[in-house]
Design a protein around this ligand. Structure first.
Ligand code: SAM
Length: 284
């Protein structure tokens, strides 16, 4: 038995025949000390609702419960994992609600429903593609502040570095601006490859993203997204060329935003992008 009275994760994986599927990007954690560390990093989980995406055999779910989580809503796409997860739910007095489905299709606010004033924290260890797609989905919701108080997510180290990257670095790009415009992202700690079954090719890290209030003059989210993606689409070109993709004369908005025509996307701060987006909003 493990310290939570449930069978060790390796036994669960064997018993339910949860051989990792590449197509679902499965690399499973088995160390409950490590998953409790992630749970502690997620903040005040005792008095919150946790939305966990991709629980798999349940290592992180169990870590969260051991750290006192009272309510977890978990969405998992792999049918094989559902029985293992239901076993955890029974052991913990149904504090865990398991839903089989694709997290990309979930309307989170509707799924989670009334939280009786409790905060919602998102915790997930997801495959790279889905993780980035979900992050973009969550960071681009229309209403800000959003339905979650924090995101505590595992990514490949390289993706984590893109999220927190500062201007004039190679890693700085669309994901950096998208996350830093509305939130404060930080890398909390690394997770070595050996912590997983099977080990992935690269080191992972835990990133925490805490939404922040928007200033009154913040640009429209969709407009900012468009300007940022057009600018980084040709990141080596000067903005006077790359911004032609916006369908207006870049010189006009660059001048009013007080940005050099010869600058490149990676040199602009998040504030520069916001000013540029506001000018585009007015001139398009
Ligand atoms: N959280 C577990 C852990 O740390 O051991 C599993 C992590 S594994 C990297 C990713 C999990 O996400 C798998 O269980 C996989 O089946 C699930 N998954 C993949 N795509 C998904 C999606 N679109 N929606 C929900 N779950 C998904």
């Amino acid at each position: 038995m493990s310290s939570d009275g449930l069978p060790p994760l390796r036994d669960v994986i064997d018993r339910y025949d949860l051989r990792a599927k590449k197509s679902l990007g499965q690399n499973f954690l088995t160390d409950l000390n490590l998953t409790q560390k992630i749970a502690r990093a997620a903040g005040n989980i005792k008095d919150a609702v946790i939305y966990e995406v991709g629980p798999g055999p349940g290592a992180l779910t169990r870590g969260l419960l051991m750290q006192g989580a009272q309510k977890i809503i978990a969405v998992e796409m792999d049918h094989r994992c559902i029985l293992a997860l239901n076993e955890i739910a029974s052991a913990y007095d149904n504090k865990v609600k398991v839903i089989e489905g694709d997290a990309l299709d979930v309307d989170e606010a509707a799924l989670i429903g009334d939280t009786n004033g409790k905060d919602i924290h998102v915790v997930a260890n997801l495959p790279y593609n889905v993780g980035t797609a979900l992050l973009v989905k969550w960071m681009t919701v229309e209403n800000w502040l959003p339905w979650f108080k924090s995101l505590t997510l595992m990514f490949q180290k390289e993706v984590g570095e893109r999220i927190v990257a500062k201007p004039k670095s190679k890693a700085y790009g669309r994901l950096s601006v998208l996350c830093q415009y509305r939130a404060d992202p930080r890398i909390l700690f690394d997770i070595p490859r050996q912590a997983f079954i099977p080990p992935p090719k690269v080191t992972s890290c835990i990133v925490q993203i805490t939404p922040k209030e928007q200033p009154a003059n913040a640009p429209d989210q969709k407009i900012l997204e468009r300007v940022v993606s057009v600018a980084f689409n040709q990141r080596r070109k000067m903005l006077r060329a790359s911004l032609k993709g916006l369908g207006i004369d870049p010189a006009i908005i660059l001048a009013s935003a007080n940005i050099k025509e010869t600058a490149r996307a990676e040199e602009l701060s998040v504030e520069d992008f916001c000013r540029l987006a506001l000018e585009y909003q007015e001139n398009k």
